[in-house]
Design a protein around this ligand. Structure first.
Ligand code: HEM
Length: 537
Protein backbone atom coordinates (compact mmCIF):
# COMPACT_ATOMS: atom_id res chain seq x y z
CA UNK A 1 0.00 0.00 0.00
CA UNK A 2 1.24 3.51 -0.84
CA UNK A 3 2.56 5.56 2.07
CA UNK A 4 0.56 8.62 3.09
CA UNK A 5 2.21 12.02 3.77
CA UNK A 6 0.97 15.38 5.02
CA UNK A 7 2.17 18.52 3.25
CA UNK A 8 4.04 19.41 6.47
CA UNK A 9 5.87 16.07 6.47
CA UNK A 10 7.00 16.52 2.88
CA UNK A 11 8.21 20.04 3.77
CA UNK A 12 10.80 18.47 6.10
CA UNK A 13 12.54 16.88 3.09
CA UNK A 14 13.91 20.11 1.71
CA UNK A 15 17.67 19.67 1.57
CA UNK A 16 20.04 18.51 -1.20
CA UNK A 17 20.72 15.22 0.63
CA UNK A 18 17.03 14.63 1.46
CA UNK A 19 14.73 16.08 -1.15
CA UNK A 20 11.05 15.34 -1.85
CA UNK A 21 8.56 17.17 -4.08
CA UNK A 22 4.81 16.90 -4.66
CA UNK A 23 3.39 16.66 -8.17
CA UNK A 24 -0.38 16.25 -8.66
CA UNK A 25 -0.91 14.86 -5.15
CA UNK A 26 1.91 12.32 -5.41
CA UNK A 27 5.17 12.49 -3.47
CA UNK A 28 8.51 11.89 -5.22
CA UNK A 29 11.93 11.37 -3.64
CA UNK A 30 14.28 13.20 -6.00
CA UNK A 31 17.38 13.14 -3.75
CA UNK A 32 19.43 10.97 -6.12
CA UNK A 33 17.63 12.07 -9.27
CA UNK A 34 18.71 15.72 -8.88
CA UNK A 35 22.14 15.18 -10.35
CA UNK A 36 20.64 13.43 -13.39
CA UNK A 37 17.87 15.97 -13.95
CA UNK A 38 18.23 17.28 -17.54
CA UNK A 39 16.85 20.68 -16.44
CA UNK A 40 19.51 21.08 -13.71
CA UNK A 41 19.88 20.53 -9.96
CA UNK A 42 19.37 24.05 -8.67
CA UNK A 43 15.94 24.46 -10.21
CA UNK A 44 14.76 21.40 -8.28
CA UNK A 45 16.23 22.64 -5.00
CA UNK A 46 14.16 25.82 -5.32
CA UNK A 47 11.01 23.67 -4.92
CA UNK A 48 12.44 21.10 -2.46
CA UNK A 49 9.76 19.97 0.01
CA UNK A 50 7.04 21.84 -1.91
CA UNK A 51 4.20 21.26 -4.32
CA UNK A 52 5.85 21.68 -7.74
CA UNK A 53 2.89 20.62 -9.91
CA UNK A 54 2.70 23.92 -11.77
CA UNK A 55 6.42 24.12 -12.53
CA UNK A 56 6.45 20.50 -13.61
CA UNK A 57 3.55 21.06 -16.00
CA UNK A 58 5.31 24.11 -17.44
CA UNK A 59 8.52 22.37 -18.48
CA UNK A 60 7.62 18.77 -19.28
CA UNK A 61 5.62 16.51 -21.40
CA UNK A 62 3.80 15.15 -18.37
CA UNK A 63 2.74 11.77 -19.70
CA UNK A 64 6.05 10.60 -21.16
CA UNK A 65 8.28 11.92 -18.33
CA UNK A 66 6.17 10.31 -15.62
CA UNK A 67 5.85 7.12 -17.61
CA UNK A 68 9.65 6.88 -17.58
CA UNK A 69 10.44 8.24 -14.12
CA UNK A 70 7.23 8.18 -12.07
CA UNK A 71 7.43 4.68 -10.60
CA UNK A 72 11.18 4.99 -9.91
CA UNK A 73 10.80 8.15 -7.79
CA UNK A 74 7.31 7.77 -6.31
CA UNK A 75 7.21 7.25 -2.53
CA UNK A 76 3.57 7.92 -1.60
CA UNK A 77 0.55 10.22 -1.73
CA UNK A 78 -0.53 13.36 0.06
CA UNK A 79 -2.93 12.28 2.82
CA UNK A 80 -6.25 13.70 1.73
CA UNK A 81 -5.13 14.41 -1.80
CA UNK A 82 -7.95 14.58 -4.28
CA UNK A 83 -6.16 13.81 -7.52
CA UNK A 84 -6.34 16.82 -9.85
CA UNK A 85 -9.01 16.85 -12.50
CA UNK A 86 -6.50 16.46 -15.31
CA UNK A 87 -4.75 13.56 -13.62
CA UNK A 88 -8.04 11.75 -13.21
CA UNK A 89 -9.32 12.44 -16.68
CA UNK A 90 -6.09 11.48 -18.43
CA UNK A 91 -5.66 8.31 -16.44
CA UNK A 92 -9.18 7.02 -16.63
CA UNK A 93 -11.05 8.80 -19.38
CA UNK A 94 -10.82 5.83 -21.72
CA UNK A 95 -12.20 3.57 -19.01
CA UNK A 96 -15.18 5.83 -18.43
CA UNK A 97 -16.02 6.55 -22.02
CA UNK A 98 -19.43 8.17 -22.16
CA UNK A 99 -21.69 6.45 -24.62
CA UNK A 100 -24.77 7.96 -26.16
CA UNK A 101 -27.43 5.52 -27.28
CA UNK A 102 -28.80 5.91 -30.77
CA UNK A 103 -32.01 4.38 -32.09
CA UNK A 104 -29.87 2.75 -34.82
CA UNK A 105 -27.59 0.21 -33.09
CA UNK A 106 -25.03 0.52 -35.91
CA UNK A 107 -24.50 4.22 -35.12
CA UNK A 108 -22.11 4.82 -32.29
CA UNK A 109 -21.54 7.95 -30.23
CA UNK A 110 -19.19 8.24 -27.27
CA UNK A 111 -15.99 9.63 -25.82
CA UNK A 112 -12.57 8.10 -25.50
CA UNK A 113 -9.17 9.61 -24.80
CA UNK A 114 -8.15 12.98 -23.46
CA UNK A 115 -10.67 15.04 -25.46
CA UNK A 116 -8.07 17.54 -26.67
CA UNK A 117 -9.95 19.23 -29.55
CA UNK A 118 -9.22 17.21 -32.72
CA UNK A 119 -6.65 15.24 -30.72
CA UNK A 120 -8.41 12.02 -31.73
CA UNK A 121 -10.67 11.12 -34.65
CA UNK A 122 -14.22 12.45 -34.40
CA UNK A 123 -15.72 9.07 -33.37
CA UNK A 124 -13.64 9.36 -30.16
CA UNK A 125 -15.17 12.76 -29.51
CA UNK A 126 -18.89 12.12 -29.50
CA UNK A 127 -19.49 12.22 -33.27
CA UNK A 128 -21.82 9.56 -34.60
CA UNK A 129 -20.17 7.13 -37.00
CA UNK A 130 -21.57 4.20 -38.99
CA UNK A 131 -18.13 2.59 -39.39
CA UNK A 132 -17.29 1.45 -35.88
CA UNK A 133 -18.94 -0.96 -33.46
CA UNK A 134 -18.24 -2.37 -30.01
CA UNK A 135 -15.35 -4.54 -31.27
CA UNK A 136 -13.55 -1.47 -32.68
CA UNK A 137 -13.98 0.31 -29.35
CA UNK A 138 -12.52 -2.66 -27.48
CA UNK A 139 -9.61 -2.82 -29.89
CA UNK A 140 -8.97 0.91 -29.50
CA UNK A 141 -8.70 0.51 -25.71
CA UNK A 142 -6.32 -2.46 -25.98
CA UNK A 143 -4.12 -0.65 -28.49
CA UNK A 144 -4.01 2.52 -26.41
CA UNK A 145 -2.94 0.63 -23.32
CA UNK A 146 -0.23 -1.21 -25.23
CA UNK A 147 1.13 1.85 -27.04
CA UNK A 148 1.06 4.09 -23.95
CA UNK A 149 2.93 1.60 -21.78
CA UNK A 150 5.14 -0.45 -24.03
CA UNK A 151 6.06 1.77 -26.96
CA UNK A 152 5.53 5.51 -26.62
CA UNK A 153 7.69 6.17 -23.51
CA UNK A 154 10.74 4.61 -25.17
CA UNK A 155 10.57 6.11 -28.66
CA UNK A 156 13.09 8.84 -28.01
CA UNK A 157 15.59 6.40 -26.56
CA UNK A 158 15.13 3.98 -29.49
CA UNK A 159 15.32 6.75 -32.05
CA UNK A 160 18.62 7.94 -30.60
CA UNK A 161 19.90 4.36 -30.46
CA UNK A 162 18.77 3.93 -34.11
CA UNK A 163 17.30 0.57 -33.16
CA UNK A 164 14.46 -1.04 -31.21
CA UNK A 165 14.93 -4.05 -28.91
CA UNK A 166 14.52 -7.38 -30.73
CA UNK A 167 11.96 -8.35 -28.07
CA UNK A 168 9.58 -5.63 -29.36
CA UNK A 169 9.00 -7.56 -32.58
CA UNK A 170 7.93 -10.59 -30.53
CA UNK A 171 5.64 -8.43 -28.37
CA UNK A 172 3.92 -7.00 -31.45
CA UNK A 173 3.38 -10.57 -32.65
CA UNK A 174 1.92 -11.75 -29.31
CA UNK A 175 -0.48 -8.82 -29.08
CA UNK A 176 -1.67 -9.74 -32.58
CA UNK A 177 -0.41 -6.58 -34.29
CA UNK A 178 1.70 -8.35 -36.93
CA UNK A 179 -1.33 -10.36 -38.04
CA UNK A 180 -3.42 -7.19 -37.92
CA UNK A 181 -1.46 -5.09 -40.39
CA UNK A 182 -1.20 -7.33 -43.44
CA UNK A 183 -4.74 -6.84 -44.67
CA UNK A 184 -8.03 -8.73 -44.44
CA UNK A 185 -9.04 -11.50 -44.08
CA UNK A 186 -7.25 -12.52 -40.89
CA UNK A 187 -4.58 -15.10 -41.85
CA UNK A 188 -5.91 -17.76 -39.47
CA UNK A 189 -4.04 -20.70 -40.95
CA UNK A 190 -0.64 -19.06 -40.86
CA UNK A 191 -0.78 -16.73 -37.86
CA UNK A 192 0.17 -18.29 -34.50
CA UNK A 193 -1.67 -15.55 -32.58
CA UNK A 194 -5.35 -14.52 -32.67
CA UNK A 195 -6.55 -10.96 -33.33
CA UNK A 196 -6.22 -8.52 -30.43
CA UNK A 197 -9.10 -7.64 -28.07
CA UNK A 198 -10.77 -11.07 -28.40
CA UNK A 199 -12.05 -10.20 -31.86
CA UNK A 200 -12.81 -13.33 -33.83
CA UNK A 201 -10.88 -13.86 -37.09
CA UNK A 202 -14.21 -13.98 -38.98
CA UNK A 203 -15.21 -10.60 -37.58
CA UNK A 204 -11.87 -8.93 -38.46
CA UNK A 205 -12.42 -6.07 -40.97
CA UNK A 206 -10.52 -3.15 -42.56
CA UNK A 207 -11.69 -0.79 -39.80
CA UNK A 208 -10.01 -3.02 -37.21
CA UNK A 209 -6.82 -2.68 -39.22
CA UNK A 210 -7.39 1.08 -39.39
CA UNK A 211 -7.77 1.29 -35.58
CA UNK A 212 -4.51 -0.62 -35.07
CA UNK A 213 -2.65 1.48 -37.64
CA UNK A 214 -4.06 4.73 -36.28
CA UNK A 215 -3.41 4.00 -32.60
CA UNK A 216 0.16 2.87 -33.37
CA UNK A 217 0.92 6.18 -35.07
CA UNK A 218 0.25 8.07 -31.83
CA UNK A 219 3.87 7.29 -30.92
CA UNK A 220 4.91 10.05 -33.32
CA UNK A 221 7.79 8.05 -34.76
CA UNK A 222 7.79 6.59 -38.24
CA UNK A 223 11.19 5.05 -37.48
CA UNK A 224 9.95 3.02 -34.50
CA UNK A 225 6.79 1.88 -36.32
CA UNK A 226 8.65 0.91 -39.44
CA UNK A 227 11.29 -0.93 -37.42
CA UNK A 228 8.60 -3.40 -36.40
CA UNK A 229 5.75 -3.41 -38.90
CA UNK A 230 7.02 -2.16 -42.24
CA UNK A 231 8.84 -5.24 -43.52
CA UNK A 232 5.93 -7.45 -42.52
CA UNK A 233 3.29 -5.19 -44.05
CA UNK A 234 4.95 -5.01 -47.46
CA UNK A 235 7.29 -8.02 -47.60
CA UNK A 236 4.90 -10.75 -46.50
CA UNK A 237 1.74 -10.21 -48.64
CA UNK A 238 3.29 -11.41 -51.95
CA UNK A 239 4.14 -14.72 -50.23
CA UNK A 240 0.81 -14.95 -48.46
CA UNK A 241 -1.22 -14.25 -51.60
CA UNK A 242 0.82 -15.95 -54.33
CA UNK A 243 3.38 -18.27 -52.70
CA UNK A 244 3.13 -22.05 -52.90
CA UNK A 245 1.57 -23.78 -49.90
CA UNK A 246 5.02 -25.10 -48.93
CA UNK A 247 6.58 -21.61 -49.08
CA UNK A 248 3.74 -20.09 -47.07
CA UNK A 249 3.97 -22.73 -44.34
CA UNK A 250 7.75 -22.36 -44.22
CA UNK A 251 7.87 -18.55 -43.96
CA UNK A 252 4.62 -16.91 -42.84
CA UNK A 253 4.12 -18.41 -39.33
CA UNK A 254 7.72 -17.58 -38.39
CA UNK A 255 7.28 -13.95 -39.44
CA UNK A 256 3.82 -13.46 -37.92
CA UNK A 257 5.03 -15.28 -34.80
CA UNK A 258 7.79 -12.67 -34.37
CA UNK A 259 10.63 -15.17 -34.81
CA UNK A 260 11.99 -14.16 -38.22
CA UNK A 261 12.05 -10.84 -39.98
CA UNK A 262 11.33 -9.97 -43.57
CA UNK A 263 11.71 -7.03 -45.94
CA UNK A 264 10.58 -6.09 -49.44
CA UNK A 265 13.34 -5.47 -51.98
CA UNK A 266 12.10 -3.58 -55.00
CA UNK A 267 13.83 -0.20 -55.25
CA UNK A 268 17.31 -0.06 -56.78
CA UNK A 269 19.90 2.68 -57.20
CA UNK A 270 18.40 3.45 -60.64
CA UNK A 271 14.77 2.25 -60.29
CA UNK A 272 12.31 3.59 -57.74
CA UNK A 273 8.63 4.25 -58.40
CA UNK A 274 9.30 3.01 -61.99
CA UNK A 275 9.42 -0.67 -61.04
CA UNK A 276 9.61 -1.87 -64.64
CA UNK A 277 13.14 -0.47 -64.90
CA UNK A 278 14.73 -2.77 -62.30
CA UNK A 279 17.89 -4.69 -63.28
CA UNK A 280 18.68 -7.13 -60.41
CA UNK A 281 18.75 -10.46 -62.20
CA UNK A 282 17.92 -14.05 -61.26
CA UNK A 283 19.28 -16.63 -63.68
CA UNK A 284 18.37 -20.32 -63.41
CA UNK A 285 21.29 -22.67 -62.77
CA UNK A 286 22.00 -25.15 -65.61
CA UNK A 287 20.51 -28.03 -63.54
CA UNK A 288 17.32 -25.98 -62.95
CA UNK A 289 17.41 -26.31 -59.14
CA UNK A 290 18.44 -22.75 -58.23
CA UNK A 291 18.34 -19.14 -59.24
CA UNK A 292 21.60 -17.22 -59.11
CA UNK A 293 20.75 -13.68 -57.97
CA UNK A 294 22.95 -10.66 -58.66
CA UNK A 295 22.19 -6.98 -58.16
CA UNK A 296 21.72 -4.10 -55.76
CA UNK A 297 18.70 -2.87 -53.80
CA UNK A 298 18.56 0.53 -52.13
CA UNK A 299 16.49 2.22 -49.39
CA UNK A 300 15.16 -1.16 -48.22
CA UNK A 301 13.36 -0.75 -44.88
CA UNK A 302 14.33 -3.42 -42.29
CA UNK A 303 17.00 -4.85 -44.62
CA UNK A 304 19.70 -4.86 -41.93
CA UNK A 305 17.60 -7.04 -39.62
CA UNK A 306 15.93 -9.24 -42.24
CA UNK A 307 16.15 -13.03 -42.43
CA UNK A 308 14.01 -13.10 -45.59
CA UNK A 309 14.11 -10.72 -48.56
CA UNK A 310 11.09 -10.66 -50.89
CA UNK A 311 12.94 -9.53 -54.00
CA UNK A 312 11.75 -8.35 -57.39
CA UNK A 313 14.24 -9.69 -59.95
CA UNK A 314 14.56 -9.75 -63.70
CA UNK A 315 14.15 -13.30 -64.97
CA UNK A 316 13.14 -12.33 -68.50
CA UNK A 317 13.29 -9.49 -71.02
CA UNK A 318 12.86 -5.75 -70.52
CA UNK A 319 9.83 -4.08 -68.92
CA UNK A 320 7.08 -5.39 -66.65
CA UNK A 321 6.84 -8.81 -68.27
CA UNK A 322 10.35 -9.91 -67.32
CA UNK A 323 10.04 -9.46 -63.56
CA UNK A 324 9.66 -12.31 -61.00
CA UNK A 325 9.43 -12.31 -57.22
CA UNK A 326 11.72 -14.55 -55.23
CA UNK A 327 12.26 -15.08 -51.50
CA UNK A 328 15.99 -14.79 -50.79
CA UNK A 329 17.07 -16.06 -47.39
CA UNK A 330 20.04 -14.47 -45.62
CA UNK A 331 22.93 -16.57 -46.87
CA UNK A 332 26.33 -16.33 -48.50
CA UNK A 333 26.50 -13.49 -51.02
CA UNK A 334 23.87 -11.31 -49.28
CA UNK A 335 25.37 -8.15 -47.76
CA UNK A 336 23.33 -5.49 -45.95
CA UNK A 337 24.63 -2.04 -45.04
CA UNK A 338 22.71 0.54 -42.98
CA UNK A 339 22.19 3.79 -44.90
CA UNK A 340 22.46 7.22 -43.31
CA UNK A 341 19.15 8.97 -43.89
CA UNK A 342 17.53 12.17 -42.65
CA UNK A 343 15.02 10.35 -40.46
CA UNK A 344 13.38 7.01 -39.60
CA UNK A 345 16.62 6.01 -37.88
CA UNK A 346 15.48 2.86 -36.01
CA UNK A 347 13.87 1.34 -39.12
CA UNK A 348 17.18 0.27 -40.64
CA UNK A 349 17.13 1.73 -44.16
CA UNK A 350 19.50 -0.55 -46.07
CA UNK A 351 21.70 -0.91 -49.12
CA UNK A 352 21.73 -4.57 -50.16
CA UNK A 353 24.05 -6.36 -52.52
CA UNK A 354 23.36 -9.82 -53.92
CA UNK A 355 26.49 -11.45 -55.29
CA UNK A 356 25.99 -14.87 -56.90
CA UNK A 357 23.39 -15.77 -54.27
CA UNK A 358 22.06 -19.32 -54.72
CA UNK A 359 18.30 -19.46 -54.14
CA UNK A 360 16.29 -22.73 -54.43
CA UNK A 361 13.63 -22.56 -57.17
CA UNK A 362 11.06 -23.46 -54.50
CA UNK A 363 11.49 -19.86 -53.29
CA UNK A 364 9.95 -18.43 -56.46
CA UNK A 365 6.69 -16.70 -55.55
CA UNK A 366 3.89 -17.80 -57.89
CA UNK A 367 4.88 -17.96 -61.55
CA UNK A 368 7.95 -16.69 -63.37
CA UNK A 369 7.59 -13.27 -65.05
CA UNK A 370 4.41 -12.43 -63.08
CA UNK A 371 6.25 -10.54 -60.35
CA UNK A 372 5.07 -7.13 -61.48
CA UNK A 373 1.45 -8.16 -60.94
CA UNK A 374 2.29 -9.44 -57.44
CA UNK A 375 4.06 -6.18 -56.60
CA UNK A 376 1.06 -4.16 -57.72
CA UNK A 377 -1.38 -6.39 -55.83
CA UNK A 378 -0.42 -4.98 -52.43
CA UNK A 379 0.25 -1.37 -53.48
CA UNK A 380 -3.26 -0.13 -52.64
CA UNK A 381 -3.16 -1.78 -49.23
CA UNK A 382 0.33 -0.44 -48.52
CA UNK A 383 -0.65 3.09 -49.58
CA UNK A 384 -3.87 3.10 -47.60
CA UNK A 385 -1.83 2.10 -44.53
CA UNK A 386 0.50 5.04 -45.19
CA UNK A 387 -2.55 7.32 -45.45
CA UNK A 388 -4.03 6.06 -42.17
CA UNK A 389 -0.71 6.59 -40.41
CA UNK A 390 -0.02 9.98 -41.99
CA UNK A 391 -3.33 11.51 -40.93
CA UNK A 392 -2.65 10.41 -37.33
CA UNK A 393 0.88 11.83 -37.49
CA UNK A 394 -0.64 15.13 -38.63
CA UNK A 395 -3.09 14.85 -35.72
CA UNK A 396 -0.23 14.26 -33.28
CA UNK A 397 1.27 17.56 -34.48
CA UNK A 398 -2.04 19.31 -33.82
CA UNK A 399 -2.64 17.61 -30.47
CA UNK A 400 0.85 18.42 -29.21
CA UNK A 401 0.52 22.02 -30.46
CA UNK A 402 -2.80 22.53 -28.65
CA UNK A 403 -1.47 21.01 -25.43
CA UNK A 404 1.73 23.05 -25.51
CA UNK A 405 -0.05 26.19 -26.70
CA UNK A 406 -2.45 25.91 -23.75
CA UNK A 407 0.32 26.13 -21.16
CA UNK A 408 3.06 28.22 -22.81
CA UNK A 409 2.57 31.95 -22.22
CA UNK A 410 4.06 34.79 -24.27
CA UNK A 411 3.34 38.50 -23.81
CA UNK A 412 1.07 37.69 -20.88
CA UNK A 413 -1.19 35.29 -22.79
CA UNK A 414 -1.26 31.60 -23.55
CA UNK A 415 -0.14 30.81 -27.10
CA UNK A 416 -3.68 29.63 -27.92
CA UNK A 417 -4.97 33.08 -27.03
CA UNK A 418 -2.95 34.66 -29.85
CA UNK A 419 -5.09 34.82 -33.04
CA UNK A 420 -2.08 34.11 -35.24
CA UNK A 421 -1.53 30.79 -33.43
CA UNK A 422 -5.23 29.93 -33.50
CA UNK A 423 -5.22 30.44 -37.26
CA UNK A 424 -2.45 27.87 -37.56
CA UNK A 425 -4.40 25.40 -35.42
CA UNK A 426 -7.53 25.99 -37.50
CA UNK A 427 -5.74 25.30 -40.78
CA UNK A 428 -4.28 22.12 -39.32
CA UNK A 429 -7.65 20.96 -37.97
CA UNK A 430 -9.64 21.56 -41.18
CA UNK A 431 -7.15 19.61 -43.27
CA UNK A 432 -6.87 16.73 -40.80
CA UNK A 433 -10.62 16.36 -40.32
CA UNK A 434 -11.44 16.38 -44.03
CA UNK A 435 -8.58 14.02 -44.82
CA UNK A 436 -9.68 11.60 -42.10
CA UNK A 437 -13.19 11.44 -43.61
CA UNK A 438 -11.71 10.57 -47.02
CA UNK A 439 -9.49 7.90 -45.39
CA UNK A 440 -12.53 6.36 -43.70
CA UNK A 441 -14.59 6.49 -46.89
CA UNK A 442 -11.88 4.68 -48.89
CA UNK A 443 -11.41 2.17 -46.05
CA UNK A 444 -15.14 1.49 -46.27
CA UNK A 445 -14.84 0.75 -50.00
CA UNK A 446 -12.13 -1.82 -49.19
CA UNK A 447 -14.56 -3.39 -46.74
CA UNK A 448 -17.44 -3.82 -49.16
CA UNK A 449 -15.92 -4.15 -52.65
CA UNK A 450 -14.46 -7.44 -53.91
CA UNK A 451 -10.67 -7.25 -54.40
CA UNK A 452 -10.87 -7.12 -58.26
CA UNK A 453 -13.22 -4.14 -58.08
CA UNK A 454 -11.01 -2.40 -55.54
CA UNK A 455 -8.06 -2.78 -57.89
CA UNK A 456 -10.13 -1.38 -60.76
CA UNK A 457 -11.78 1.53 -58.98
CA UNK A 458 -9.67 2.55 -56.01
CA UNK A 459 -6.09 2.82 -57.34
CA UNK A 460 -6.48 6.41 -58.55
CA UNK A 461 -8.32 7.61 -55.44
CA UNK A 462 -5.79 6.00 -53.12
CA UNK A 463 -2.96 7.62 -55.07
CA UNK A 464 -4.57 11.06 -54.67
CA UNK A 465 -5.38 10.28 -51.04
CA UNK A 466 -1.74 9.44 -50.35
CA UNK A 467 -0.74 12.83 -51.74
CA UNK A 468 -3.46 14.52 -49.66
CA UNK A 469 -2.38 12.76 -46.45
CA UNK A 470 1.32 13.42 -46.84
CA UNK A 471 0.82 17.07 -47.85
CA UNK A 472 -1.40 17.50 -44.77
CA UNK A 473 1.17 15.80 -42.57
CA UNK A 474 4.03 17.92 -43.92
CA UNK A 475 1.98 21.11 -43.48
CA UNK A 476 1.05 20.22 -39.89
CA UNK A 477 4.56 19.32 -38.82
CA UNK A 478 5.83 22.61 -40.22
CA UNK A 479 3.18 24.60 -38.35
CA UNK A 480 3.79 22.64 -35.14
CA UNK A 481 7.50 23.52 -35.24
CA UNK A 482 6.58 27.20 -35.55
CA UNK A 483 4.32 26.86 -32.50
CA UNK A 484 6.92 24.97 -30.45
CA UNK A 485 9.70 27.39 -31.43
CA UNK A 486 13.13 26.20 -30.29
CA UNK A 487 11.63 23.11 -28.67
CA UNK A 488 10.49 22.02 -32.13
CA UNK A 489 14.02 21.65 -33.40
CA UNK A 490 15.49 20.17 -30.23
CA UNK A 491 15.80 16.39 -29.94
CA UNK A 492 13.96 15.07 -26.85
CA UNK A 493 11.93 17.02 -24.30
CA UNK A 494 8.59 18.67 -24.89
CA UNK A 495 8.94 18.96 -28.65
CA UNK A 496 10.21 15.39 -28.96
CA UNK A 497 7.50 14.08 -31.27
CA UNK A 498 7.43 17.20 -33.42
CA UNK A 499 11.18 17.34 -34.03
CA UNK A 500 11.27 13.62 -34.81
CA UNK A 501 8.31 13.76 -37.18
CA UNK A 502 9.94 16.71 -38.97
CA UNK A 503 12.93 14.44 -39.71
CA UNK A 504 10.72 11.46 -40.56
CA UNK A 505 8.09 13.13 -42.76
CA UNK A 506 10.04 12.82 -46.01
CA UNK A 507 9.85 9.05 -45.61
CA UNK A 508 6.14 9.50 -46.28
CA UNK A 509 6.15 11.98 -49.15
CA UNK A 510 8.72 10.01 -51.20
CA UNK A 511 8.47 6.19 -50.73
CA UNK A 512 5.36 4.15 -51.51
CA UNK A 513 4.86 6.35 -54.61
CA UNK A 514 6.18 9.91 -54.48
CA UNK A 515 3.74 12.79 -54.10
CA UNK A 516 4.33 13.86 -57.72
CA UNK A 517 3.72 10.39 -59.14
CA UNK A 518 0.66 9.91 -56.92
CA UNK A 519 -0.92 13.14 -58.15
CA UNK A 520 -0.26 12.34 -61.79
CA UNK A 521 -1.37 8.72 -61.46
CA UNK A 522 -4.54 9.72 -59.62
CA UNK A 523 -5.76 11.91 -62.46
CA UNK A 524 -4.53 9.59 -65.21
CA UNK A 525 -6.44 6.68 -63.67
CA UNK A 526 -9.57 8.76 -63.13
CA UNK A 527 -9.56 9.82 -66.80
CA UNK A 528 -9.00 6.26 -68.00
CA UNK A 529 -11.79 4.98 -65.78
CA UNK A 530 -14.12 7.76 -66.88
CA UNK A 531 -13.66 7.08 -70.56
CA UNK A 532 -14.27 3.35 -69.98
CA UNK A 533 -17.52 4.26 -68.24
CA UNK A 534 -18.57 6.44 -71.17
CA UNK A 535 -18.00 9.87 -69.61
CA UNK A 536 -18.75 12.78 -71.96
CA UNK A 537 -15.29 14.32 -72.02
C1 HEM B 1 9.90 14.02 -10.58
C2 HEM B 1 10.27 15.21 -11.00
C3 HEM B 1 10.92 15.52 -12.32
C4 HEM B 1 11.34 14.72 -13.31
C5 HEM B 1 11.25 13.19 -13.39
C6 HEM B 1 11.90 15.55 -14.35
C7 HEM B 1 12.43 15.08 -15.55
C8 HEM B 1 12.88 15.90 -16.56
C9 HEM B 1 13.27 15.43 -17.86
C10 HEM B 1 13.25 13.98 -18.33
C11 HEM B 1 13.63 16.51 -18.58
C12 HEM B 1 14.13 16.50 -20.04
C13 HEM B 1 13.10 17.09 -20.93
C14 HEM B 1 11.84 16.28 -21.05
O1 HEM B 1 11.92 15.08 -21.29
O2 HEM B 1 10.74 16.87 -20.92
C15 HEM B 1 13.47 17.66 -17.75
C16 HEM B 1 13.74 18.96 -18.14
C17 HEM B 1 13.51 20.05 -17.36
N1 HEM B 1 12.97 20.09 -16.12
FE1 HEM B 1 12.42 18.47 -15.01
N2 HEM B 1 11.80 16.86 -13.95
C18 HEM B 1 11.21 16.90 -12.72
C19 HEM B 1 10.87 18.00 -12.00
C20 HEM B 1 11.11 19.30 -12.38
C21 HEM B 1 10.70 20.46 -11.65
C22 HEM B 1 9.93 20.43 -10.35
C23 HEM B 1 11.13 21.54 -12.36
C24 HEM B 1 10.96 23.01 -12.06
C25 HEM B 1 10.86 23.50 -10.87
C26 HEM B 1 11.80 21.06 -13.54
C27 HEM B 1 12.36 21.85 -14.53
C28 HEM B 1 12.88 21.40 -15.71
C29 HEM B 1 13.41 22.25 -16.74
C30 HEM B 1 13.51 23.78 -16.71
C31 HEM B 1 13.80 21.41 -17.78
C32 HEM B 1 14.40 21.83 -19.11
C33 HEM B 1 13.26 22.07 -20.07
C34 HEM B 1 13.71 22.43 -21.46
O3 HEM B 1 14.72 21.91 -21.95
O4 HEM B 1 12.99 23.22 -22.06
N3 HEM B 1 11.76 19.70 -13.52
N4 HEM B 1 13.00 17.26 -16.53
Amino acid sequence: MAKSFTVEQVAQHNKPDDCYIIIDGKVYDITDFQKHHPGGKKILLKVAGQDASEQFAQFHNKGSVMQMWGSKLYVGDIASAQPTETAVSSATSHLHAKETKSSDPAVYRGQFGEQVPFGDPAWYQNWASPYYNESHRRLRAVMREFVDHEVMPFCHEWDEAQNVPASLFKRFAEVGILGAIIGCPWPTEYCPYPPPANISPEEWDPFHELVVTDELARVGSIGVLWAVVSGVRIGLPPILHFGSEELKRRVVPKVLGGEKRICLGITEPSAGSDVSGLVTEAVKSPDGTHYIVNGEKKWITNGVFADYFTVACRTGGKGHGGVSMIVVERTEGVTTKRMKCTGVWPSGTTYITFEDVKVPVANLIGKEHEGFKYTMYNFNHERLGICQNAVRFARVCLEESIKYGSKRRTFGKRLVDHPVIRAKLAHMARQIESTQRWVEDVTYQTKILPKEEQDKFLGGSIALLKAQCTVTFEFCVREAIQIFGGLGYTRGGQGEKIERLARDVKAYTIPGGSEEIMLDQGIKMALRQASKQGAKL
